[in-house]
Design a binder for this molecule. Structure first.
Ligand SMILES: [Zn+2]
Length: 177
């Protein structure tokens, strides 16, 4: 029954295949994608986000780092790699993407204890756009290893504009020396 409600619903709900995706998105010149890779960067496990707008893709990037702990994420503009990060936290033992985001009732967020030696935390004030790298050990001492980004963000005060609850944390790769 082509075109029936059931068929349309099934089509709508089917996941976007990494190589396929809707044709109009595939044909866009600057589509932003976020890919989830296995740890050896051999296989794309999924394309978790396809966006036409960089701000939307950026928000998806921050969300992907929270819901795919321990997986390699690659953020692309077309074929160009913009960011590449192994997300904080541990992959589920069975490697299942579907179970990777479950962290209990506290919700899906990054815990300070999940940060690894290759990570750096950057604080960005949404009011004055000041940004600064924060010391991860210092954050753990101040807020405890079990603190979530959401807890820390609520308590940070911007040094430039004095804004409260305006600072958002972002995980990036630590600079290599
Ligand atoms: Zn500020």
């Amino acid at each position: 029954m082509p075109g029936s409600a059931a068929t349309r619903a099934a089509k709508f709900l089917s996941p976007i295949d990494e190589a396929v995706g809707p044709e109009h998105i595939r044909n866009m010149p600057h589509a932003y994608t976020i890919e989830v890779w296995d740890e050896n960067e051999v296989e794309i496990l999924e394309t978790i986000s396809i966006a036409t707008d960089v701000k939307v893709s950026d928000a998806a990037w921050c969300a992907a780092a929270r819901v795919r702990p321990g997986f390699l994420l690659i953020h692309k503009n077309g074929d160009r790699v913009m960011e590449k990060l192994i997300a904080p936290g541990n992959r589920p033992a069975d490697g299942q993407l579907a179970r990777s985001y479950v962290k209990g009732l506290a919700g899906v967020d990054i815990m300070l204890s999940e940060l690894r030696e290759w990570h750096q935390v950057v604080a960005i004030c949404s009011a004055c756009v000041r940004n600064a790298a924060l010391n991860i050990d210092g954050l753990r001492r101040q807020f405890g290893g079990n603190a979530f980004f959401g807890d820390v963000e609520k308590r940070l005060v911007c040094r430039r504009c004095g804004g409260r609850d305006t600072v958002r944390l972002r995980v990036v790769n630590a600079p290599r020396d």
